[in-house]
Design a binder for this molecule. Structure first.
Ligand code: DQA
Length: 144
């Protein structure tokens, strides 16, 4: 199974970005974690991408819709205000699962992070488990 693992703004800087919040692992560590959710009978292939550009991220969701590909999405700051991203994600409903992932637990942080405009159109949400959240998301997708 192929999973698109899409990451929004500033996540390309994992490893050096606020390590007290996001840890010291980098985005390069995500693909093996996601692929660890597979097994010999059902291998998982992770295609990890990152962009700081809202339009590019929206385009990648369209691609997932058109190819019925499951998505693990960390929308980063777009989580909190991008209706364009939300509307793109809504098109995936009934087509393929989408799991929203956050490395930190946004609910334990600033008030503006308590709102996700994406969650209502996601299949589910995993937050607060560090990078392991990506593996947990892949397990959830693989179990469906
Ligand atoms: C984040 C949480 C967001 O609030 C923040 O803007 C991010 C990362 C997380 O993974 O914890 O960039 O999505």
């Amino acid at each position: 199974m192929r999973i698109l693992v899409l990451n929004g703004p500033n996540l390309g800087r994992l490893g050096t970005r606020e390590p007290d919040v996001y840890g010291t692992a980098t985005l390069a560590d995500v693909a093996p974690l996601v692929e660890a959710a597979g097994n010999p009978e059902r291998p998982v292939e992770a295609e990890v991408r990152q962009t700081d550009d809202e339009a590019e991220l929206v385009g990648w969701i369209h691609e997932a819709v058109d190819t019925a590909t499951p998505v693990i999405l960390n929308p980063a700051a777009f989580t909190h205000y991008s209706y364009a991203l939300r509307d793109a994600c809504a098109q995936l409903q009934g087509v393929a699962p989408l799991v929203e992932v956050h490395i930190s637990n946004p609910h334990a942080r600033e008030t503006f992070r308590h709102t996700s405009v994406v969650s209502a159109v996601a299949t589910g949400v995993i937050a607060g488990f560090g990078l392991d959240g990506y593996r947990l998301a892949a397990l959830a997708i693989a179990a469906r």
